[in-house]
Design a protein around this ligand. Structure first.
Ligand code: UD1
Ligand code: CA
Length: 489
């Protein structure tokens, strides 16, 4: 028993005394120049999205929690400009690898950028589940071991496709070599300890020996993995630190792997929300982006998507088949099934749906109701106002306590320009009204059903804009009689 706990502490985090070299100048290099041939895509691999953002952005976000973005270098090459502009906002630096001749070559081209640093943490731009905690442990282990190269390894159920870690001896921290799947012997393929593609190098040692890499391998590329045996031959210490969270190292090389990573990321997010007091039913059917915030006691039903910068208050219920992007939802809001929202704001206690479509710029007031098949765009709907059925409200400012009858349409577009409809507090719009903008309906007024309103309506009035009803008594009877006699009416 005693023995066991001792070996555990050796395998775990390094002792504090050993991580004393914190003052070392540390850079992060993220390899992101590859094409991603296995994805069969026009889009460069590192821009494929999981958890609602590009693979590379996840890795960058983890890196910049450890070091300043000025010390993070993304090595880009394939579709470099596209990749650069997608992640530029993070503030990281870029190194161009115009020809992609392998992961070893990626580090060769970063030589000038990394001059002046003591150690470089190397991350793979296609492995987005990595956490700052794991990277920090790897770095501390490297510094504690005084190694020339430290690699992060993991034990996987299915190691196929990954490079295998060959230890110097069983149980030793030291590594003999990394062998790529394609060159591995049947016995080596049985090794389940894989190379994650995350490393820390002593910068001086890396560049003193990187010239010894060769392209004599299955892909005719410079493999960074070969630095393990190169540095060993140069009598450098090469060690591996095995993570206890192997999911973090998974790479997205194929569509199936991307989908698998996405699913894992979504589950992590759902579990986080649940730990914070949110109920997520059938979480495996929900798609919730990493930046989404949901307050406690809100219930999310199956098959809901919460995307982008969405924020949802407490005590809400989001029913099935609702998709919300970049929106703010207040406390106690009920969202019935099948609603679609983008860039919308919804006040406390409002009730939406089923099947409401809130397009950008929709501001729904406190306690307001937006119902079945109602589409809104760039509108303000005041406190307690209701638009419950089959309505289009666009470019409109609607006050409080307003009732919008079924089938009401704001005619906001004249074919060239958009115009505004203003409906003041406590107005009642009868069903099937068309409000031809620009137009204003004054406070407390009524608009008769089926009216076409083209002129402003003053306060406290009734506006009717429709043909007067004509009744022709006996007309139907006469029609039937003349028909039976074969005559025209
Ligand atoms: C690599 C490792 C393998 C490890 C696996 C973990 C090598 C030779 N093999 O294999 O041991 O198990 O990662 O995920 O390193 N890249 C460049 N420039 C290049 C080539 C690649 O920047 O010239 C980038 C890619 O965009 C990618 C990363 O490096 O983000 C890794 O390259 P990839 O081709 O995916 O390597 P793997 O075959 O996964
Ligand atoms: Ca990979």
């Amino acid at each position: 028993m005693k023995k066991k706990s001792k070996s555990l502490s050796v395998k775990g985090k390094p002792s504090p005394a050993r991580s004393a070299k914190q003052a070392a100048r540390i850079a992060v290099a993220i390899m992101a120049a590859g094409k991603g041939t296995r994805l069969k895509s026009q889009l460069p691999k590192v821009l494929h999205e999981v958890g609602g953002r590009p693979l590379l952005e996840h890795v960058i976000r983890a890196a910049i929690q450890l070091v300043n973005p000025a010390n993070v270098f993304a090595i880009i090459g394939h579709e470099a400009e596209r990749v650069r502009s997608a992640v530029q906002h993070t503030g990281v630096q870029f190194v161009l690898q115009s020809e992609q001749r392998g992961t070893g070559h990626a580090l060769m081209v970063a030589r000038d950028a990394l001059a002046g640093y003591d150690h470089v943490i190397v991350l793979s731009g296609d492995a987005p589940l990595i956490t700052p905690t794991t990277i920090r442990h790897l770095k501390d282990f490297h510094l504690g071991e005084c190694a020339g190269m430290t690699l992060l390894s993991a034990e996987l159920e299915n190691p196929s496709g990954y490079g295998r870690v060959l230890r110097k001896r069983k149980g030793s921290a030291e590594v003999q070599a990394i062998v790529e799947e394609k060159s591995a012997s049947p016995a080596q393929k049985k090794v389940r300890e894989i190379n994650s593609g995350f490393y820390v190098f002593d910068v001086n040692e890396l560049y003193a020996h990187i010239g010894d890499l060769s392209t004599e391998n299955a892909h005719a590329e410079y493999y960074l993995t070969d630095m393990a045996s190169v540095l060993r031959r140069a009598r450098q210490r090469v060690v591996a630190w095995k993570t206890s969270t192997p999911n973090e190292v998974l790479g997205g090389n194929t569509r199936a792997e991307l989908v698998d990573i996405d699913r894992k990321m979504r589950m992590i997010k759902c579990n986080q929300l649940m730990a914070e007091g949110v109920t997520v039913f059938y979480p495996e059917t929900c798609v919730i982006d990493s930046d989404v915030e949901v307050a406690p006691d809100t219930v999310i039903e199956p098959s809901v998507q919460l995307l982008g910068n969405t924020r949802i208050g407490k005590n809400c219920r989001v029913r099935s088949y609702t998709i919300i992007r970049d929106s703010r939802i207040g406390d106690g809001v009920t969202i019935r099934p099948g609603c679609i929202m983008e860039d919308a704001t919804v006040g406390e206690g409002a009730i939406l749906g089923p099947y409401s479509h809130l397009r950008p710029g929709s501001e729904i007031g406190e306690g307001a109701h937006v119902g079945n098949f109602v589409e809104t765009k760039k509108i303000k709907l005041g406190k307690g106002s209701k638009a419950n059925h089959l309505t289009y409200l666009g470019d409109a400012e609607i006050g409080a306590g307003v009732n919008i009858g079924a089938g009401t349409i704001t005619c906001n577009y004249d074919g060239v320009h958009k115009h505004k409809t203003v409906i003041e507090d406590d107005v009642f719009i009868g069903s099937d009204a068309t409000l031809v903008a620009p137009v204003k309906v004054g406070r407390g007024s009524y608009v008769g059903a089926a009216s076409c309103i083209t002129e402003d309506v003053p306060q406290e009035s009734l506006a009717i804009g429709r043909a007067r009803q004509v009744v022709k008594e006996g007309w139907a009877r006469k029609k039937r009689e003349t028909k039976s006699q074969g005559k025209k009416l």
